[in-house]
Write a protein that binds this ligand. Structure first.
Ligand code: ADP
Length: 395
């Protein structure tokens, strides 16, 4: 391995990573002196004597840096970088020096930190560095420092966080808007609905057939709008008025839904069965809405010639529970599989099936609020399976 030194030199010269060779001999000697004077808590000591950090940091001797380092710092040459280090690391980086010194003082040999620095042209750098203390030799304590530039990554992370925040805010605003609009629309609509119903009831005898038909259309329209608005209100409440999550037995939730749906189940002559289901961390009211929407759809979109069956099952998938709600109904065309989760999307003409087209968008919102995802598999004329995941409780 005679060429080991040469290989090291090549790596030092060519690698796109900042490499520094330092001598911490004087710093460690000063730290030993402090220990001899009885300092044991270095964090407390440096906090009380911040000027000591400056004094000790100045004792670090940089013996060499590779080209990548001075280029990263936009220095004219290696010399400029080595003679004016204090220009690139200002006060902001002293907590980092402190962390490194404390670590070496207590005998650690590897320290990782992130720090800010400034290039010679005044640009801000965010760097990640690893310091490795090597065996002391001839009074020196060599330290090898590796440094990568993470400025771009940090900038993107910051932008992403800002965009996320903005998205969250506008989402909340939209939710608030939908809530206020649907809430405030209820009252005038109630007036329209109840007065047209009153008109129908009290004056039907005095009106001709055509007028009665017109009134019944407006009663019908007002009722539909009430149903839509009530659903919209329920949808906007999912994000705004959700409860704090607590362990909820999904067995109990599904049993309750089956009881609530017992009249419908009886009317259509159907059957709803379930596996043994786990408990999850959830808002129990919303879990009820979720299963109610999916199970009742399974019964509603049945094939006329067959006993409607809906089965709720579950399996474990890594950190999640994977729930399935399977029916033997009419199925959904592959091209509509994604659309059905969009608000007000319905695949049938009004009159064919009751509904407002909000059930599945509510289901999606509930699942996502609980940290899961939802999707469908379906074959037209055979049935559909709604899949969703929910994070399992930590054991
Ligand atoms: P709604 O039931 O009020 O129409 P949903 O949002 O619950 O609204 O469902 C949207 C559409 O998706 C339904 O109109 C229907 O066309 C389709 N769909 C939902 N569930 C099923 C199912 N189990 N089988 C077949 N089609 C379904």
């Amino acid at each position: 391995m005679a060429n080991l030194e040469q290989r090291y030199q090549e790596i030092f010269r060519l690698t796109p990573v900042g490499l520094w060779e330092e001598d911490w001999g004087k710093v460690l000697a000063a730290l030993d002196e402090l220990k001899a004077q009885g300092v044991t808590d270095f964090v407390g000591y440096f906090a009380d004597n911040p000027s000591e950090v400056f004094r000790l940091a100045a004792l670090v001797q940089i013996t060499d840096i590779n080209d990548y380092t001075w280029q990263l710092f936009e220095a004219r040459d290696k010399q400029e970088m080595l003679t004016s280090l204090s220009e690139v690391f200002d006060e902001e980086s002293f907590p980092v020096f402190m962390q490194q010194m404390v670590a070496f003082a207590v005998g650690e040999t590897v320290v990782e930190s992130e720090a800010y620095a400034r290039t010679f042209k005044g640009n801000r750098l965010h760097v990640h560095m690893v310091l490795r203390r090597l065996e002391p030799a001839e009074g020196r304590v060599p330290v090898l420092l590796c440094m990568i530039d993470i400025s771009k990554r940090k900038q993107v992370e910051l932008q992403l966080a800002q965009v996320n925040l903005e998205l969250k805010r506008s989402n909340e605003e939209l939710e608030q808007f939908a809530y206020v609009a649907s809430h405030d629309l209820q009252e005038p609509l109630r007036m329209v609905a109840s007065y047209s119903q009153l008109l129908e009831k009290r004056y039907a005898a005095q009106l001709d057939e055509r007028a009665r038909k017109y009134i019944s259309y407006s009663v019908d329209g007002a009722k539909r709008m009430q149903a839509l608005i009530a659903d919209l209100l329920r949808l906007s409440r999912i994000g705004m008025q959700g409860k704090v999550f607590e362990p909820v037995s999904v067995n109990d939730v599904v049993d309750r839904v089956i009881t609530d749906l017992s009249i419908t189940i009886g009317d259509v002559g159907g059957r709803v069965t379930r596996d043994e289901l786990p408990s999850v961390s959830a808002d129990d009211i919303q879990m009820g809405q979720l299963f109610q929407n999916l199970i009742s759809n399974g019964l509603k979109f049945r094939r006329p010639d067959i006993v409607p069956e809906v089965q709720v099952s579950v399996s474990r998938d890594g950190d999640d529970w994977h729930f399935r709600i399977q029916d033997n109904g009419i199925g959904i065309d592959a091209e509509h599989l994604e659309n059905v989760f969009v608000i007000f999307q319905r695949l049938h003409k009004r009159g064919e099936y009751e509904g407002t087209g909000i059930g599945l968008s509510a289901a999606k919102k509930i699942v996502e609020r609980h940290g899961g995802r939802i999707w469908i598999e379906s074959i037209v004329g055979e049935g559909s399976t709604f899949h969703f995941t929910l994070p399992a409780l930590k054991e």
